[in-house]
Write a protein that binds this ligand. Structure first.
Ligand SMILES: [Zn+2]
Length: 72
């Protein structure tokens, strides 16, 4: 077993189609696969609804501590 063999085995495959990646388009094998991955990211972000907290809304918080009625 040589060092190059081990490297070969650990080489990542194209996440889209599983083909050996091209050095120019790593980790993808082609610009098409890179494009597909990019499209997934965009579509994924669009499908997720944006959750934003309401602005200018404050719930009244009852204060505890000094309560003369209870002491009496
Ligand atoms: Zn590919």
């Amino acid at each position: 077993m040589t060092d190059s063999d081990r490297k070969e085995g650990r080489t990542r495959k194209c996440p889209i189609c599983g083909a050996p990646p091209a050095a120019k388009y790593r980790p993808f094998c082609s610009p098409r696969c890179a494009d597909i991955d990019l499209g997934r990211w965009f579509s994924g972000s669009y499908s997720v609804p944006a959750v934003e907290p309401p602005e200018g809304e404050e719930w009244p918080v009852p204060e505890e501590g000094e309560d003369e009625d209870e002491a009496n």
